[in-house]
Design a protein around this ligand. Structure first.
Ligand code: PMP
Length: 350
C-alpha cells in the first residue's frame, strides 16, 4: 500500500449484473423485455435540444407533480432521483445516522451492505426461515432503522402488508424503508400505510415495470418531513440529478397507464407459464411476485448450468454466496426468449 493510500476510503463495491454488448438472451438483470410506452418515444423524437443548454429543474417539478398525482399524494411527499439506487443511497445517508445497527434481511439486495459500509452505518442482517421467508419478529429488536424490499430480491417472495404494518407498529422511532422495485408484479403496495406512519418511506423504480432501466429514474414517497430531509441531503450533494430528457420521458411513461398495465399483465402471464414448465423439468421455483424466478434444480449444479446457459448466450444470474449458491435467478423475457430457455433446459437436463 502506498503511503498516501492510508487516508483513502476503501470499499468493496457492489457487483452489477453483466451488461453484454452483443446480442444475447438477457435474463440476468430483471429488465423489461418490452419497450417503453410510445409516448416516451414521442418525447424523444420531438425533444428540443436547445433545452440542454440550461441546467435541469433542481426540484424536478414536472415529474414529481405527475408522480404525486398518479399516487394521490402531495408533491411534497415525493422525491425523484437517478434510479432507485440513488434514492436508496441518499436515504441511507439521510435516515440511517444513528449508532444502533440498521436491520435488513440476510438474503436481499446486495447493495444495502455496500451503502452501509460506504457511510459507516452499523448493520445487522436478520435470518430468513428455511424457505427464504422474512420473519417479522426479527425486526422487533432495538435498531437504528429498517430496510426491506417487498417483494424481496433475489428470492422473489412477497410479504403481506399486514406483516409490514406489524413491523412498522414495532418501529415507530426509526425510519422504515420499503424498497418496492418489483411491487407492480405483486399484490398491495405499502403506499396504503403512508397516512398512518410518518416514518415510512416507499421507494420505487422505472427500471422494471416501466421498461426504462436505461433512463435511470427512481422515486421515494413518504411524509413531508422525510422528503424534506431527503431533499436537504440531495442539495448538499448534487442539486441537478435527473436530466431534462429523463424528466420529460418519465412524465410521459406515467401518463400512459393503459400500456403500463398491459405490459405488467404480459410479464405475469409469461412468468406463470414458465413457472409450470420449469417445475415439470425438476426445478423448485419460489412463488414469485416479481418479474423474475428464483429456481433450484433437484440434481443439476447451479454454477455449471449458469455457465452452460451463458455459453449459449443465455444470461441469467448466479451467486456463489450461501445460502443461495444452488439457485439461479432468471428474469422474465419475451415468450420467444423463454421458449428458447426451456428448450435449452430440456436438452441440458437430458
Ligand atoms: N432495489 C432492488 C431490490 C433492485 O433489485 C434493484 C435493481 N438492481 C434496485 C433497487 C435498483 O434499481 P434502479 O436503480 O434501476 O432503480
Amino acid at each position: 500500500m502506498k503511503s498516501f493510500e492510508a487516508n483513502i476510503k476503501k470499499v468493496v463495491p457492489y457487483t452489477p449484473g453483466e451488461q453484454p454488448q452483443n446480442k444475447v438472451i438477457k435474463l440476468n438483470t430483471n429488465e423489461n423485455p418490452y419497450p417503453p410506452s410510445k409516448e416516451v418515444e414521442k418525447v424523444l423524437h420531438n425533444f428540443d435540444v436547445d433545452v440542454l443548454r440550461l441546467y435541469p429543474d433542481p426540484t424536478i417539478k414536472e415529474l414529481v407533480d405527475t408522480i404525486a398525482d398518479y399516487h394521490g399524494v402531495d408533491p411534497e411527499q415525493v422525491f425523484a432521483g437517478v434510479g432507485s439506487d440513488e434514492v436508496l443511497a441518499l436515504s441511507f445517508l439521510t435516515f440511517f445516522h444513528g449508532k444502533k445497527p440498521i436491520l435488513f434481511p440476510k438474503v436481499t439486495y446486495s447493495f444495502y451492505k455496500v451503502w452501509a459500509d460506504l457511510y459507516d452505518i452499523p448493520y445487522k442482517c436478520t435470518e430468513l426461515d428455511e424457505n427464504f421467508v422474512i420473519e417479522k419478529e426479527d425486526f422487533y429488536e432495538d435498531n437504528g432503522g429498517i430496510i426491506i424490499p417487498n417483494p424481496n430480491a433475489p428470492t422473489s417472495l412477497y410479504m403481506e402488508l399486514s406483516e409490514i404494518e406489524d413491523i412498522l407498529k414495532h418501529n415507530q422511532d426509526v425510519v422504515v424503508i420499503i424498497d418496492e422495485a418489483y411491487i407492480d408484479y405483486a399484490k398491495e403496495s405499502a403506499l396504503k400505510l403512508l397516512d398512518r406512519y410518518e416514518n415510512l418511506l416507499v421507494i420505487r423504480t422505472f427500471s422494471k415495470s416501466r421498461s426504462m432501466a436505461g433512463m435511470r429514474i427512481g422515486y421515494g414517497i413518504g411524509s413531508k418531513v422525510l422528503i424534506k430531509h431527503l431533499n436537504n441531503t440531495k442539495h448538499s450533494f448534487n442539486s441537478y440529478t435527473l436530466n431534462a430528457v429523463s424528466i420529460q420521458c418519465g412524465k410521459a411513461s406515467i401518463e400512459d397507464d393503459a400500456y403500463f398495465k398491459e405490459m405488467i399483465a404480459r410479464v405475469i402471464e409469461t412468468r406463470e407459464q414458465v413457472k409450470i414448465e420449469l417445475k415439470s423439468l425438476g426445478f423448485t421455483v419460489l412463488d414469485s411476485s416479481t418479474n423474475f424466478l428464483f429456481v433450484k434444480h433437484k440434481e443439476a449444479n447451479a454454477k455449471k448450468l449458469f455457465e452452460a446457459l451463458k455459453a449459449k448466450d443465455i444470461y441469467v444470474r448466479h451467486w456463489m454466496d450461501e445460502p443461495v449458491s444452488d439457485y439461479l435467478r432468471i428474469s422474465i423475457g419475451t415468450n420467444e426468449e423463454m421458449e428458447k430457455l426451456i428448450k435449452f433446459m430440456k436438452e441440458y437436463l437430458n
